[in-house]
Design a protein around this ligand. Structure first.
Ligand SMILES: [Fe+2]
Length: 549
């Protein structure tokens, strides 16, 4: 009897949408095939190939977070967002670059590694999980990677942070800010006030286990010494989606999107979210210092999908300015309205400037943008030294539909075709842009100042370019004021990390300072170890997991 495997004839890996084979095979769907397929490796490269200029002024590590399923998913229609967090680090010094890539060893990752198969089901839905992982922290820590007091925190909004060593990328364990942050969820977009050194952060749908459609919203301010200044709990108008947030000297701002969780639907094994095309979005605005539950004002806006925030600040005439990408429809088309099939449709997402009159917050009926820039903009970043303050420049990626995309060579895109890098000057209205070509896409830009005291916007951008046809990745370096010139240097990886979401640059002196002090934070696991408890596979309540026996 002869095999017909060589002719590509196989039994289906998924039956009725559910994994039905002992083979290790990924779904035959766009998020798991060709240039967007999981890459699933860890690697180290000493002296990465470079071309052009790698400025001597850049001395630090650029960390980028990718989403990379390390096991075939339980469900065939699984989405990119449900993949495991995997971190790349580019150590750049004296014009040379070393590169490293490691998975975040979350509790989820470790449980699935041990079982050699996926045990966690649909995105944010514990009712679809294997019984063996009940109570295990579900987060894949796959969205953002930020520096905090000597460690890197891998973040995803459905669970707690996981801490990584900044140079080895070893996962140190779950981090709860030395017992000060106990909500089950923590945002992937904490903000750092350059004036005070504080971390400001939040968790939404933060009641219960964090996956039960609660309307609770928690806010934290943690000072530069790691001590919590404030914790406040608010109630959202509905159990919606708050991905990013922002702050000014005196205020905090939460954009609430009508992508709604419903516990009954979740319990039935359905999507965590459903888009509500009828309801309005909101901006929750509260005092930054010691707010109470009643202090938040939810200012309505039209039905919309709020994207990433560029910046926010207060003005002398008691106004609050907020700049963010604002989509006109459901960007997460894979979470359709209840009863409807998922169907991709084009959206616009201009950079939109909202100006709130702080004296009339509660009486504002519907806030509209006072100004918009560009038609489709996302992943905007500014010079982080100006977070919370008036600022002049932002950089972002754009999906320019007038530019070609080579579908034949690259396959169907699973996210926006981010084909253009833009730089915008609010003061002059001038915009620069650079098109990456028909076979590549761009990831979020990150600004690096030319020197600590450089004027705003004087420095460089680092931007990941996914070379879809070559199945590899570049890290491109631009002069921030000369975007349209194109990259001045390329760091050329010979490998293809799966595409990611966010990245951040950390100056070497900041990492070195903490290393010299030996004063890294104490992770949750480390504290348990010090107390002489068996680590095993602990769940969020500190109870030894059934998997470990
Ligand atoms: Fe994000």
């Amino acid at each position: 009897m002869s095999s017909n495997l060589n002719a590509g004839v196989t039994a289906p890996a998924y039956v009725d949408g559910r994994r039905a084979t002992k083979e290790t095979r990924f779904p035959d769907t766009p998020p798991f095939q060709r240039a967007f397929a999981p890459s699933r490796y860890e690697a180290t490269i000493e002296e990465v190939e470079t071309v052009g200029e790698i400025p001597d002024a850049i001395n630090g590590i650029y960390f980028s977070m990718q989403v990379d399923h390390h096991m075939p998913p339980m469900f065939e229609e699984d989405i990119l967002f449900n993949g495991d967090g995997c971190v790349s680090s580019f150590r750049i010094a004296n014009g040379h670059v070393d590169w490293k890539r490691r998975y975040v060893r979350t509790d989820r990752f470790k449980a699935e590694s041990q079982a050699r198969q996926a045990l966690f089901g649909r995105y944010r839905n514990p009712y679809t999980d294997d019984e063996s992982v009940r109570g295990v922290i579900r987060t894949a820590a796959n969205t953002n990677i930020v520096f905090w007091r000597g460690v890197m925190l891998a973040l995803k909004e459905d669970g707690p942070p996981f801490a990584l060593h900044p140079t080895t990328l070893e996962t140190l364990g779950r981090y709860d800010f030395e017992g000060q942050v106990l909500a089950p969820v923590f945002s992937a977009h904490p903000k750092f006030d350059p004036a005070t050194g504080e971390m400001l952060s939040f968790g939404y749908q933060a009641g219960g286990d964090g996956n039960c459609a609660s309307r609770e919203l928690v806010y934290y301010s943690i000072n530069a010494d790691g001590v919590k200044n404030h914790e406040a709990w608010f109630e959202m108008p509905y159990a919606g989606y708050i991905h990013d947030f922002s702050f000014t000297d005196d205020w905090i701002i939460f954009p609430l999107t009508p992508l709604k969780a419903d516990l009954e639907r979740i319990k039935k094994g359905g999507n965590y979210y459903a888009w509500d095309p009828e309801d309005c979005g909101y901006f929750g605005i509260a005092p930054r210092s010691k707010p109470s539950r009643e202090d938040i004002v939810w200012v309505p806006t039209k039905n919309c999908f709020q994207g990433h925030i560029a910046g926010s600040y207060q003005t002398d005439n008691n106004r609050l300015v907020l700049d963010l990408s604002m989509a006109n429809d459901n960007v997460f088309w894979w979470f359709p309205p209840d009863g409807q099939a998922a169907q991709r449709k084009p959206t616009t997402s201009p950079m939109s400037r909202y100006i709130f009159d702080l004296a009339k917050l509660s009486s504002t009926k519907v806030i509209e943008p006072s100004e918009t820039v560009h038609e489709i903009v996302e992943f905007a970043r500014i010079d982080d030294r100006f977070l919370g303050k008036p600022y002049r420049y932002f950089w972002a990626v754009s999906a320019d539909p007038s530019k070609p995309y080579d579908m034949e060579r690259c396959g169907p895109p699973i996210t926006g075709v981010w084909n253009t890098l833009i730089g915008y000057d609010w003061e002059s209205g001038a915009e620069q842009s650079w098109y990456v070509g028909a076979t590549s896409t761009l990831e979020e830009p990150c600004f690096i100042p030319a020197s600590p005291n450089a004027r705003e916007g004087d420095g460089y951008l680092v931007v990941v370019i996914d070379r879809l046809d070559e199945m590899r990745q570049d890290l491109a370096i631009f002069k921030a004021q000369e975007v349209s010139v194109g990259p001045i240097g390329l760091i050329r990886l010979p490998l293809r990390p799966r595409r990611g979401f966010h990245g951040n640059f950390v100056e070497w002196k900041d990492i070195d300072d903490y290393m010299r002090r030996g004063g890294r934070v104490a992770t949750w696991d480390l504290r348990r170890r010090r107390r002489g408890l068996c680590l095993g596979n602990l769940n969020s309540s500190g109870v030894k997991n059934e998997l470990e026996g």
